[in-house]
Write a protein that binds this ligand. Structure first.
Ligand code: SER
Length: 584
């Protein structure tokens, strides 16, 4: 049975049982900046689980697109996925344990034709917050599950909550017995040896856990169930991994055909991350250096590293995207609609990564040799961060490279530096109007520093009357407006360009200082809208070349900018000239 057939059977079965079919919410949660992606079907329904009336009634069914990235590094094994589809049925203060269990059992045994002997279930064993769930166990017995296949476990296994606080409750999980021998006498559904595979989770959501950890009863009892589609398809098709199902088969086959080096883990990573990236992009995701964008960037870049591992030409990406669109468009028609966007976004990210990859790998190898010389086997966090910050190396990539060299990375220290950086980027984004900064990605940051150098160079070449009048930055180029009356001569342009490149070559550190506004003005700091700043101002200083009031973010050293080139100089408005320039 194909995944789409399972999905359709599910929706129809619950429709027949009085449920309204509702559409999947987008992967990028609407109006919820607290989570990066939709991670479970219940997430978009939280207000209704808490008692708000749902326009479609009290019995709902849907399939929900989900992304979970906590286990991103596990992808490549035989089961982990970052993107998956969750089938779910809900009772919002409607039916409870008995009916929910009856329907689940009927769906599994009658619709999916799973032999009843293959099903085991688990129930909540009880603790000080909530009693042992005998009711659920009784319901299971009534539908025909014998006592020896009904297990009881504590909160670790049989309690469900999304995160730390919110609606929650005991759950009952259904397991499929693959028929493998028990790994030990004690082997049971909580064991992950592979004999038992969890297929469905019904949460009986009657509690609310608050920030302090206290549980209170909800106004209404709810049922929230989740059935992982890829896993079910895998089991029903008698496959060992989701990668052998029709969802991944075409792309896995293509990878075998075009690879020059054979590695199943790499193939799985490419197949999984490509599908996941495509789904995120379809819902509006864009690669960047923070939050959701960063996850997407990580997925794409990790995929590319593994294409390199298999020595697959990166131009093949377009074909791989086409294969996925063709294969998955029946399940997700949006893929067809977004085919071109998918190609553009992924190709652009690939191009960015390729540029930095070569440089970064060289840098990494240098560092590794140094670390080895010192007789150590840990790459320090600063280095990992530098590779990330300067070369766009996701830490997982560095970690993988390290592992290939028999080393580890100092992840803790990296995470500390990364957090610091994120906070700075955010502060920068809030202040973006001040410098006309459009984004805070790696390239935008470089261009941002380049505008400071250009401003300083123009003041040297054309005179002190030059001040910034505006700027506009994208990842591809910068535009800089400044006060000056005449068209610049060829010589002036060349001189300006040469000065900027000279300063880049000098590898000048970029310093971030906070000082009193008057002090900043006294020290001659350039400022575009002085009146917009508070008493304490943020100043960026580049050696003795430039000092400007600015919210950042900036690179930490001018050497990171590459080569600066003026593409055009033209009039912007009366008394204002405009330069378009690029970094290459
Ligand atoms: N919320 C539960 C889960 O994610 C059931 O849908 O497993």
């Amino acid at each position: 049975m194909k995944a789409i057939e399972i999905r359709n059977k599910y929706l129809n079965f619950f429709k027949k049982n009085g449920h309204e079919i509702i559409p999947s919410a987008p992967l990028i949660p609407e109006n919820d900046p607290s989570v990066l992606f939709t991670t479970a079907g219940m997430q978009p329904l939280v207000p209704y689980l808490l008692g708000e009336k749902h326009p479609n009634g009290t019995r709902l069914v849907d399939y929900q697109k989900c992304v979970r990235t906590n286990d991103i590094e596990e992808v490549g094994d035989n089961r982990h996925l970052t993107y998956f589809e969750m089938l779910g049925n809900w009772s919002l203060g409607d039916y409870f344990k008995e009916e929910s269990i009856k329907m689940s059992y009927e769906f599994l045994t009658k619709e999916l034709n799973i032999e009843p002997e293959k099903i085991s279930v688990t129930c909540f064993a009880g603790d000080e917050d909530c009693p042992r769930d005998e009711v659920t166990a009784k319901c299971w017995k009534e539908v025909g599950i014998p006592e020896e296949r009904i297990y009881f476990f504590g909160k670790d296994d049989n309690w469900w909550i999304a995160g730390e606080e919110g609606p929650c409750g005991p759950d009952t999980e259904m397991f499929y017995d693959t028929g493998k021998p028990k790994c030990s006498e004690e082997c049971n559904p909580s064991c992950d040896c592979g004999k038992y595979v969890e297929i469905w989770n019904n949460v009986f959501m009657e509690y609310f856990k608050d920030k302090s950890g206290k549980y209170t009863k909800l106004k209404q009892h709810n049922v929230d169930t989740g059935l992982g589609l890829e896993r079910m398809a895998m089991l029903l098709q008698g496959k060992e991994t989701p990668f052998e199902t029709e969802i991944f088969e075409p792309i896995m086959n293509k990878l075998v055909e075009i690879q020059k080096v054979d590695n199943i883990e790499s193939r799985r990573i490419i197949a999984e991350h490509l599908r996941s990236s495509m789904m995120i992009i379809c819902d509006g995701g864009k690669p960047s250096n923070i939050d959701r964008g960063y996850i997407l960037r990580r997925l794409i870049r990790r995929m590319i590293r593994h294409m390199n591992n298999l020595q697959i030409p990166l131009e093949e990406l377009s074909t791989l995207i086409d294969i996925n669109v063709e294969n998955l468009k029946e399940m997700y028609p949006i893929l067809e609609e977004k085919r071109e966007t998918l190609k553009t976004v992924i190709t652009e990210e690939k191009d960015k990564f390729v540029k930095t990859l070569t440089k970064g790998e060289k840098e990494f190898i240098k560092e590794i040799e140094e670390v080895k010389k010192q007789g150590k086997d840990i790459v320090d966090g600063k280095m990992v961060f530098r590779l990330y910050d300067t070369y766009g190396f996701p830490p997982e990539v560095t970690e993988e490279l390290a592992r290939e060299n028999g080393m580890q990375i100092d992840k803790k220290e990296f995470e500390r530096l990364f957090k610091e950086h994120q906070e700075k980027s955010r502060a920068g984004a809030e202040q973006k109007f001040k410098g006309g900064l459009a984004g805070t990605g790696e390239m935008e940051t470089k261009y941002h520093t380049a505008t400071h150098l250009l401003n300083a160079a123009l003041r040297q070449v054309l005179g002190e009357h030059v001040h910034q009048r505006g700027s506009n930055i994208t990842a591809e180029r910068m535009r800089f407006d400044f006060s000056h009356d005449n068209k610049m001569t060829e010589e002036e342009k060349q001189k300006t360009e040469a000065l900027v490149n000279e300063w880049i070559a000098e590898a000048i550190p970029v310093e971030h200082i906070e000082m009193k506004k008057e002090e900043a003005i006294k020290s001659g700091a350039e400022a575009m809208f002085i009146e917009k700043y508070g008493d304490i101002v943020s100043v960026y200083k580049i050696g003795d070349k430039s000092i400007e009031l600015c919210g950042g973010p900036h690179v930490s050293n001018t050497s990171e900018l590459g080569h600066f080139k003026i593409k055009k100089e033209e009039s912007s408005s009366s008394g204002v000239r405009r330069i378009k320039a690029i970094l290459e």
